[in-house]
Structures are given as structure tokens and as C-alpha cells.
Design a protein around this ligand. Structure first.
Ligand code: GLY
Length: 317
């Protein structure tokens, strides 16, 4: 058994590991852990009290993947519910679809009795107002919110805030591999923007035969490189988990233009192996030194007393 998650997983790491030890399926263990992250107001990039979009609204993304069946469930830009990960799992288990977004996702969440919530707190509204005052022109504020937002979205994109997610990977007692992710996406994103988290193959992928991968950081990069699926596919071609992750980093190095910051790749194989790498742009070196937590991950394997927060390897893009 093995568990790998990023540093945002702190509120749920113990719960997931305990569930795995008790014989729960990876999907159950992941969902239980991510639900705790989603409702914890101190985790600013996931669920309740996380980063709003340019209009000050929280649009949440989540996904789960069952590596036995390759079934997936995902929601994008979901508003008004506390646990997007559970809605994503219900998409997988109760619908003939793999991904729901926006109003349709909210309708489905209500239909299955998911817990409704106002996820926008005074704290996140205040952070949004500060962003607006710092970046919007007086004309734009006078016309708010009906004017164009594209220029503001370029100006407000800030690598120092809101670039995270929570990602969980498990190999459970039955030998099944699973993945789950949940996020608010980038702070101040353009309304309707989906990151990599709800896009299977970009933000996560799981295949019990070959392994699993999940990404945090700049979704705009991992969407372009299909990073999570690529890592698993590279393992399928015979690469080790270490080689597969470094090959996916190499794919990211080939991106030109667009939003280019950091990406953390988490991966496990079916043989007890794992690798976590934080791939960063040279322009990020100064800010990385200030943010020690940005390259850590949770790790547990059968026999360990509990999950450990470890430093992740860092590589330059
Ligand atoms: N990786 C999370 C996002 O880009 O939304």
C-alpha cells in the first residue's frame, strides 16, 4: 500500500492513511481525505474559503479516477457546494458521463443531495477587493462588472498566490490504484476558466496496471502537455516511475508562450515506487526561496507509523 499527496493535503492525510490501513478502497480513502481539505478554511487553494475568480466568485474543480475500470468523474466551475470531490465521484458512479461543468454540475449536485454551502467568506472577498483595487482602472471600476475582463486577467495573474490544488494518489490493500484532486483553480482566473484538475489526463490519471500521476501548479501547462496521462503512458512503455516523471518534465520544457510557472508532478507505480518533482521556471528562483512549503509532499507506505511530509526534488524547467 502507498499514499502520495501534495502539501495542501495536510488536513486529510492521516484520515486517508488510516482508511487504507483499515482496508478501505483507494476511492473511499481519497474521498474521505479530500473532503477534510475542502472544508478546512486554512487551505486557501481548495474548497471553502479559497481563491475566487475575477468576479469574486468561487468556481471549484475536482476529479476522481478509478484505476481498475478507468472510469472517471469530474466537475468544473461548480458553485455553491462544499464537497466537489464527492460530486465528481457521483458523476463517475451515477451518470453515463465523465465531466459536468457550471450550472449542470450544480444541478446534479443538488439532485444527489450534496451539501450546499456559501464557500465565499469575508476573508476571500476582502482579498479579491484588494486585487481589484490594485489592478483595475478607475474606468473599469466605474463600469464594474460589465466591461471587458481580459486585460485585468493578464495583469492580475500572480504566481505568488492561488496556484495550488490538492492531489491524492493511492495503491490500496486490494492492489487497486486511484487518484483524486480538488481545487479552486488560480486566484483571479477569468470566469469559466477550467484548470487541469477536472481534465482527466492533465491533472490526474490512474491505471491499476501501470500507475498513477497527479499535478499541482500551473494547469495551463499540464493541459498542453497532457502531463498526468503522459507519465502513466511512459510507464506503460517500460520506463520506471522516475524516468516517466522526468520525461514528462522534459515535455513541459518544450512549451513556448502562454502561462509558464511551476508544476509539481506526483506519481506512483504498482510496485511500491513513487516520485515527486517540483519543476520550476528560472524566473521563480527568488520566490521559491521565500516559499519553503511549495515543494513538499505527503508520503506513506505500508509499515510506516503515519504519513510523512517530505521535501520534493526540485528541477529547473
Ligand atoms: N493546477 C490547478 C489549476 O491550474 O487550476
Amino acid at each position: 500500500m502507498i499514499y502520495v499527496a501534495n502539501s495542501e493535503a495536510t488536513p486529510g492525510a492521516e484520515t486517508t492513511v488510516r482508511a487504507l490501513v483499515d482496508g478501505a478502497s483507494g476511492l473511499d480513502a481519497i474521498e474521505a481525505g479530500i473532503r477534510l481539505v475542502e472544508k478546512d478554511p486554512s487551505i486557501r487553494s481548495v474548497g471553502y474559503n479559497s481563491w475566487p475568480n475575477l468576479l469574486g466568485d468561487l468556481e471549484l474543480d475536482a476529479a476522481m479516477m478509478d484505476g481498475d475500470t478507468l472510469r472517471t468523474g469530474a466537475v468544473g466551475a461548480l458553485r455553491g457546494f462544499l464537497h466537489p470531490v464527492s460530486v465528481a465521484r457521483a458523476v463517475m458512479e451515477r451518470l453515463p458521463h465523465e465531466l459536468l461543468v457550471g450550472e449542470g454540475a450544480a444541478r446534479f449536485a443538488a439532485e444527489i443531495g450534496a451539501e450546499a454551502a456559501v464557500n465565499e467568506t469575508e476573508d476571500c472577498r476582502a482579498a479579491w477587493r484588494r486585487m481589484l483595487e490594485a489592478n483595475a482602472s478607475p474606468e473599469q471600476l466605474a463600469d464594474w462588472p460589465s466591461g471587458p475582463l481580459a486585460e485585468l486577467s493578464m495583469r492580475a495573474a500572480d504566481p505568488e498566490v492561488g496556484r495550488d490544488t490538492t492531489v491524492f494518489l493511492t495503491h490500496d490493500r486490494a492492489g487497486s490504484i486511484a487518484a483524486g484532486v480538488s481545487t479552486s483553480g488560480w486566484a483571479w482566473k477569468y470566469p469559466g476558466r477550467l484548470g487541469d484538475s477536472p481534465l482527466i489526463g492533465a491533472g490526474c490519471y490512474a491505471d491499476t496496471a501501470f500507475g498513477a500521476a497527479a499535478c499541482t501548479g500551473t494547469g495551463e501547462m499540464t493541459i498542453r502537455a497532457s502531463t498526468a496521462r503522459s507519465v502513466v503512458l511512459y510507464m506503460k512503455t517500460g520506463m520506471t516511475v522516475e524516468e516517466a516523471v522526468m520525461e514528462a518534465v522534459d515535455d513541459l520544457r518544450r512549451l513556448r508562450g502562454g502561462l509558464l510557472f511551476g508544476v509539481q508532478i506526483h506519481a506512483i507505480d504498482p510496485h511500491g515506487g513513487h516520485k515527486v518533482v517540483y519543476a520550476y521556471q528560472p524566473k521563480m528562483e527568488e520566490s521559491l526561496a521565500r516559499r519553503a512549503a511549495s515543494a513538499r509532499h505527503w508520503f506513506w507506505r505500508e509499515g510506516m507509523a503515519g504519513p510523512e511530509l517530505r521535501d520534493s526534488e526540485r528541477v529547473r524547467l
